[in-house]
Design a protein around this ligand. Structure first.
Ligand code: CUA
Length: 331
C-alpha cells in the first residue's frame, strides 16, 4: 500500500516537476502574484519575529539556568518584589510588536483581498471529493484542473454542493472557504505560466486528502484557444468499441451523474467527462490520467480512492475497455 501511495505521488508531482522547471519545491515561499506575495511577506515577517523571540527566550533561560544555578553551600536567594521598569518593558515591547503586526495584517488583508465586484471569471464548486470548474465566458465545465490566463487578476466565485471545503493554491492568492448555500468571492492571479498545485484545506470527509487542485496558467492567447476547445462535447465515437462504450455510458447509469457535454449542463454529481482526455489526473488528483489508470478506476473506484462516491458498477473487463475507448477518445 505504501509503495502504491508513493507511486501515486510520483505520478502527479513528478509531472509538476517537469512542467515547472526550476521550481520543484514551489509553495508558499514562491508566490507568483502580488496577491500571494503580500501574504508571503507577512508570513516571513511573523516567522522571523517569532524565531527571534523564541531564540531570545530560550537563550535567556539556558544562560540563567547555567550562570545562576544553585551551587552546593549557596543560601536561598533574597526575594525581589516588583520592578517597575522591567514590568513596563515587558508590557510595552510586546504591545508594540502586536500593534505593528496588526498594522501589517491590515495592509496584507487589503492587498490579498481586494473588493470583489464584477462578473466572476470562474465559478468553482466543491464536491466530496473533487472540484467542479465552470467558465462563465462560454459555459465550459471541467474538473480539478483549472486553466487561467496569466498576468491579470481572476475573480473566482466559490460554492459548495455538500459540506465545507476550502480552496487554497498558495502561490496564487488567499485561501477561501467553500460553504454550501453561500457564494464566496476572491481573486487569484498568476504572473508566470506554469502549473500551480493546491488542495482542499478544510477537512471534508474520507477523501479530503485527495481533493487536489491543479491550476494551469497560460499566456492569454493560449488560454483562449484552450477554453474554446474545452466547451466542445465529447468526440463522436470513432470505433466499434467506443460506440459500445457510449451505449454502456447511457445504460449503466453513468449518464445520471456525469455530463459529457462541454457546456454547463446538469447532471454534475460527478465530473463532466466531455474533455476528460485533456486532463492530467483523475479522481481529484489521486492518479495520473492514462487509459490504464482510467480502466483501473472504472473497474473499482474504491480500490484507488476508498469512500469515493463513484460506485463500483461491477463492470466486466470488456465493458471497462469499451468505456475507456469512449471516454478517452483521444484524437
Ligand atoms: Cu474538500 Cu477537504
Amino acid at each position: 500500500m505504501l509503495a502504491e501511495e508513493t507511486s501515486k505521488d510520483t505520478l502527479c508531482y513528478g509531472g509538476l516537476r517537469q512542467l515547472v522547471p526550476g521550481r520543484p519545491e514551489a509553495g508558499v515561499f514562491e508566490p507568483v502574484s502580488p496577491l500571494a506575495r503580500s501574504i508571503t511577506d507577512l508570513f516571513v515577517v511573523v516567522m522571523t519575529l517569532g524565531a527571534l523571540v523564541l531564540a531570545g527566550v530560550t537563550g535567556t533561560v539556558v544562560f540563567f539556568g547555567i550562570r545562576y544555578r544553585a551551587r552546593p553551600g549557596d543560601d536561598e536567594p533574597a526575594p525581589i518584589y516588583g520592578n517597575r521598569r522591567l514590568e513596563i518593558a515587558w508590557f510595552v515591547i510586546p504591545a508594540v510588536i502586536v500593534a505593528g503586526l496588526l498594522g501589517l495584517s491590515i495592509v496584507t488583508a487589503r492587498a490579498a483581498d481586494p473588493p470583489t465586484t464584477g462578473t466572476p471569471d470562474l465559478v468553482i464548486i466543491g464536491h466530496q471529493w473533487w472540484w467542479e470548474v465552470v467558465y462563465p465566458q462560454n459555459g465550459a465545465v471541467s474538473a480539478n484542473e483549472i486553466h487561467i490566463p496569466t498576468g491579470r487578476p481572476i475573480l473566482v466565485q466559490l460554492e459548495s454542493i455538500d459540506v465545507i471545503h476550502d480552496f487554497w493554491v498558495p502561490q496564487l492568492g488567499r485561501k477561501m472557504d467553500a460553504i454550501p448555500g453561500v457564494a464566496n468571492r476572491f481573486w487569484i492571479q498568476a504572473d508566470l505560466p506554469g502549473v500551480y498545485l493546491g488542495a482542499c484545506a478544510e477537512y471534508c470527509g474520507t477523501q479530503h486528502a485527495w481533493m487536489r487542485i491543479r491550476v494551469v496558467a497560460q499566456p492569454p492567447a493560449e488560454f483562449e484557444a484552450w477554453l474554446q476547445q474545452e466547451a466542445r462535447p465529447i468526440a463522436p465515437p470513432a470505433t466499434a468499441l467506443a460506440r459500445q462504450g457510449q451505449a454502456l455510458f447511457e445504460s449503466k447509469t453513468c449518464a445520471n451523474c456525469h455530463a459529457i457535454d462541454g457546456r454547463a449542463q446538469r447532471p454534475n454529481v460527478g465530473p463532466n467527462l466531455a474533455q476528460l482526455a485533456r486532463r492530467e489526473t483523475i479522481g481529484g488528483g489521486v492518479i495520473a490520467n492514462t487509459p490504464e489508470n482510467l480502466a483501473r478506476w472504472l473497474a473499482n473506484p474504491g480500490s484507488i480512492k476508498p469512500g469515493s462516491l463513484m460506485p463500483d458498477l461491477n463492470l466486466t473487463q470488456q465493458e471497462v475497455a469499451a468505456l475507456v475507448a469512449f471516454l478517452d477518445g483521444r484524437p
